[in-house]
Design a protein. Structure first.
Length: 256
């Protein structure tokens, strides 16, 4: 019995000793990591010419609003300059940033000149890019490009637009109007995705006048103005990106 107790006591002592060693090792590793991190931070801070107080303020700003609004690569000088407390401080950081940029520009230019000299030494007078071959590739690509779709007699044109704040939509209307003048019989149905029937009818009429739509064609029905909430989703999926133009030709729907 005594031997068993002694053995158990020895095992417990060994376990406690092992745990203590593990804790000591962990503390040493954490201490070394913290020391290394502090050294890296100090070197980085000194490279920017900042004091410990300035560096702390920069870090605090990046953890707050500036970190949410700016890219991660924004420099400490820019951060401190943006959040300067007075004109004197703002000018201080602006001058420091201007100096950094000037020095970096000089370094970049020196390397570019060195690269140009090295490329010239390596290639001599040999042409790196075969301009004749490049022209052939461009001509081939142009020849293989499918012809632009044009409105023909018998086509029905669907045009999806927004009533408000869409200059691109009005430009598209002008383009399609020009194509319609070159054909005898074609239908143009304009669908507004941001209007409501009964509420915005007057606005649609004003829009049509502003964009020079033929009143006779509107009366005849070869040009129609429509409120749309569903058709654009049926043909093009759920989207609010307009203008979208397409031609209904036979059983085909062709993007214009």
């Amino acid at each position: 019995m005594r031997k068993g107790m002694k053995l158990l006591f020895a095992v417990l002592l060994f376990s406690l000793f092992s745990i203590a060693q593990a804790v000591d090792t962990t503390n040493i590793v954490h201490s070394e990591l913290n020391e290394s991190s502090s050294q890296i931070e100090r070197v980085t801070r000194e490279q920017w010419g900042l004091s410990a107080v300035e560096w702390g303020r920069y870090q605090q700003l990046m953890r707050g609003i500036r970190g949410s609004l700016s890219v991660e690569s924004i420099s400490p000088l820019e951060v401190l300059g943006i959040h300067a407390e007075d004109d004197k401080e703002r000018k201080k950081y602006a001058l420091a940033w201007a100096k950094v940029m000037r020095e970096d520009t000089a370094r970049v230019l020196k390397f570019q000149f060195a690269y140009d000299d090295a490329a010239k030494e390596l290639n001599g007078n040999r042409q790196i890019i075969d301009m004749q071959k490049l022209k052939q590739i461009r001509d081939q690509a142009k020849a293989n490009k499918p012809p632009r779709l044009a409105i023909s007699d018998g086509d029905r044109v669907l045009l999806f637009v927004r009533l408000d704040d869409c200059l691109e939509c009005e430009s598209k209307v002008l383009n399609i109007r020009g194509q319609l003048e070159a054909v005898n019989e074609a239908q143009l149905d304009i669908y507004f995705i941001d209007t409501t029937k009964g509420k915005d009818d007057r606005k649609l009429r004003d829009w049509s006048q502003r964009n020079g739509l033929d009143r006779r064609k509107l009366i005849k029905g070869t040009i129609t103005l429509n409120h749309d909430k569903q058709l654009i989703n049926k043909y093009f999926g759920f989207t609010s990106s307009v203008p979208i133009a397409a031609i209904v030709r036979g059983n085909q729907l062709l993007r214009l």
